[in-house]
Design a protein around this ligand. Structure first.
Ligand SMILES: Cc1cc2nc3c(=O)[nH]c(=O)nc-3n(C[C@H](O)[C@H](O)[C@H](O)COP(=O)(O)O)c2cc1C
Length: 375
């Protein structure tokens, strides 16, 4: 009777039957394999575009532009594996941001998730006219209602359009965080507050344009109950990453997945990465050596990150993350969300989605029963 299924996530004409976006995980943690598996369950699968040129061994001659070609192949590979929704995560902090955006659109990505900086400027190919007629949905990733307002205002004035949705990522997320170190544990920046602020920032624009602009919440979402709770605050979907690491389909080496399964709460800690932002990772010998001042010499054939001061950086973050992705954790480390220590076993993507949907349904049903006074 009271079958309270998770609602669909709608972005214009794009409809995900499961309102879960698998957060993009670079370097190589979410490639076509994971993204297609998520898309096949009805969620949105996301390929991370950063550092694709560093996988399959560690090429000595990295060249600017190679990642762009490899991203095209990755999107085409995902297309062969699924008819579902495929997104691409592109970091605005990358020096080839504009080219990665262009190739994603040309290769037919359904959604572009643009984070790690404000996505305000695009290549000359993306004229305001073209931006207004894109079929690819454009979705910034933000950390506040203020950043949302800034992006929407800028796009409205400069391009005569607004984003199709927005991901708001709180301080419990994995990878680089859009917060200062001291803000991470400050309840003011709790995801619940950020969702309320973001929903409020989007509302007037959604009204003006007569569009539904979904707010998608990420960072620390772990159970179906978490999904239900955050959707009660106005989120229309969630972005989850950490839970997808320990899946059979995740594109990382088994040693990377095992590092997450073995991680304790104490080992999950905040690091300041060479990018200049805090990040959340599993503490290991590599990170301890870096903290103790050990330098990990490297060549920087091209500057992949705008904000990286490669001349003073103690190590190359792209290289370290690619080593970890390939299972060489002594030469790198694994990013994780704050709830990573709760992951204790491998499962398939379908099992994970089914578990989350079941939990959501139980909580939603109990809520309905409580509202009608039980039956
Ligand atoms: C291993 C790992 C790699 C990540 N890489 C990226 C990335 O390349 N770009 C990005 O925008 N976010 C990245 N993130 C953040 C996720 O996309 C996601 O928004 C966040 O981790 C959600 O929180 P959760 O892991 O608690 O579910 C990464 C997270 C992890 C755990």
């Amino acid at each position: 009777m009271h079958n309270q299924r998770m609602p669909e996530l709608r972005m214009g004409n794009l409809i995900a039957s499961v309102p879960i976006v698998q957060g993009g995980m670079g370097v190589g943690i979410s490639r076509a394999g994971l993204a297609a598996a998520v898309a096949n369950t009805g969620g949105i699968g996301v390929i991370a575009s950063v550092g694709l040129d560093l996988l399959n061994g560690t090429p000595k001659n990295r060249k600017k532009g190679v990642s762009v070609q490899l991203l095209k192949q990755e999107i085409e590979r995902a297309r062969q594996l699924t008819d579902g929704i495929i997104g691409v995560n592109v970091m605005a902090a990358l020096t080839d941001f504009e080219a990665l955006v262009d190739v994603s659109i040309d290769a037919g990505a359904d959604v572009l998730f643009m984070g790690a900086g404000l996505p305000l400027h695009f290549s000359a190919n993306l004229t305001p006219e073209r931006l207004r007629s894109l079929t690819t949905k454009m979705v910034p990733i933000v950390s506040s209602g203020r950043a949302t307002e800034l992006i929407f205002q800028y796009w409205h004035k400069k391009y005569g359009r607004i984003p199709d949705g927005v991901v708001v990522e709180g301080p419990m997320a994995g990878g680089h965080l859009g917060f200062k170190k001291e803000q991470i544990d400050d309840p003011h920046y709790a995801l619940e507050n950020l969702v309320r602020d973001t929903v409020a920032a989007v509302a007037p624009y959604a009204d003006d344009y007569g569009m539904n602009i979904p707010v998608i919440a990420g960072g620390g979402i772990y159970t179906g109950q978490d999904i239900y709770d955050i959707m009660q605050l106005g989120a229309q979907g969630v972005q989850m990453a950490t839970r997808f690491i320990a899946t059979h389909e995740c594109d990382a080496d088994m040693a990377f997945k095992q590092a997450l399964i073995d991680a304790t709460e104490k080992e999950i800690s905040i690091i300041i990465s060479p990018v200049g932002l805090p990040g959340r990772a599993i503490r290991n010998t590599f990170l301890e050596q870096v903290e103790a001042g050990v330098q990990k010499p490297f060549n920087c054939p091209y500057k992949c990150l705008k904000s990286c001061d490669y001349k003073t950086a103690p190590y190359c973050i792209a290289l370290a993350l690619s080593h970890a992705q390939q299972g060489r954790l002594q030469q790198g480390f694994a990013f994780t969300g704050a709830n990573g220590y709760r992951v204790d076993k491998m499962m398939s993507v379908k099992e994970l989605i089914d578990e989350l949907a079941g939990e959501y349904c139980t909580v939603a049903r109990a809520d309905v029963m409580a509202a009608v006074g039980g039956e």
